[in-house]
Design a protein around this ligand. Sequence first.
Ligand SMILES: Nc1nc2c(c(=O)[nH]1)N(C=O)[C@@H](CNc1ccc(C(=O)N[C@@H](CCC(=O)O)C(=O)O)cc1)CN2
Ligand SMILES: Nc1ncnc2c1ncn2[C@@H]1O[C@H](COP(=O)(O)OP(=O)(O)OP(=O)(O)O)[C@@H](O)[C@H]1O
Length: 196
Amino acid sequence: MDKAALRRKLIDQRLNLPDRLLRADALQQVMRFWLVERPDTVIGAYWPIKGEFDPLPALHRWKEDGELQGTPQRRKIGLPVIDKQRKTLSFHAWHPGCPMEEDAFGIPKPKDTELLTPTLLFVPCVGYGAGGYRLGYGGGFYDRTLAQINPRPFTVGLGYAEGFVDDFEPENHDQPLDAILNDNGEVWPVAGLSLR
Ligand SMILES: Nc1nc2c(c(=O)[nH]1)N(C=O)[C@@H](CNc1ccc(C(=O)N[C@@H](CCC(=O)O)C(=O)O)cc1)CN2
Ligand SMILES: Nc1ncnc2c1ncn2[C@@H]1O[C@H](COP(=O)(O)OP(=O)(O)OP(=O)(O)O)[C@@H](O)[C@H]1O
């Protein structure tokens, strides 16, 4: 199957997931437990489209949990803003109810908020495979951004279990993710397997 057809199949399957609410709930739980071990105070995420898992409720709670730490911690959430010339992403502060506008793809993005430097990025996956490789919508935005960004944030793919592609073949420009979480838990890196 070519990449475009695989993309269509996976998006269609995701839009028609019968038990998406249960799965979304499970993945939010997985995210929240996973985040407990992390030192980050600035996290980049995304505004969900096309049946993507919504990471924002769990992140908003993570942000509020920051205030409850022994020493209260100011935590920030960023959403992607497309740089049209460079075809890369930058991340701008978001909080519920903050002013938004639509980007070139009709996706809401924060309007004129602070530019952030996330140390952790949650990356939406249409599909994903062994080795932390992911399939996106084909814009190459994350690949291009990750190829240039310095220092590189820790990257964590998010997707439902259905998005796993058994025989996914990465291309040269594909940037592998450091971890992948789905509704069953952390599925990459695989415990006991160390390639890097
Ligand atoms: N929620 C979310 N926001 C995101 C991304 C993402 O993957 N998810 N992006 C991650 O990069 C960037 C936007 N990238 C996008 C790239 C293409 C399309 C899109 O709709 N493309 C057309 C044509 C695709 C094709 O040529 O096959 C389409 O799907 O109809 C949407 C967003 C930034 N924001
Ligand atoms: N580092 C890079 N520099 C220049 N072009 C790149 C780079 N990485 C990827 N591209 C280009 O981006 C295009 C799309 O790549 P690909 O199909 O892997 O996107 P994707 O990962 O599905 O999309 P996205 O990252 O936007 O979700 C490819 O044609 C590729 O040539």
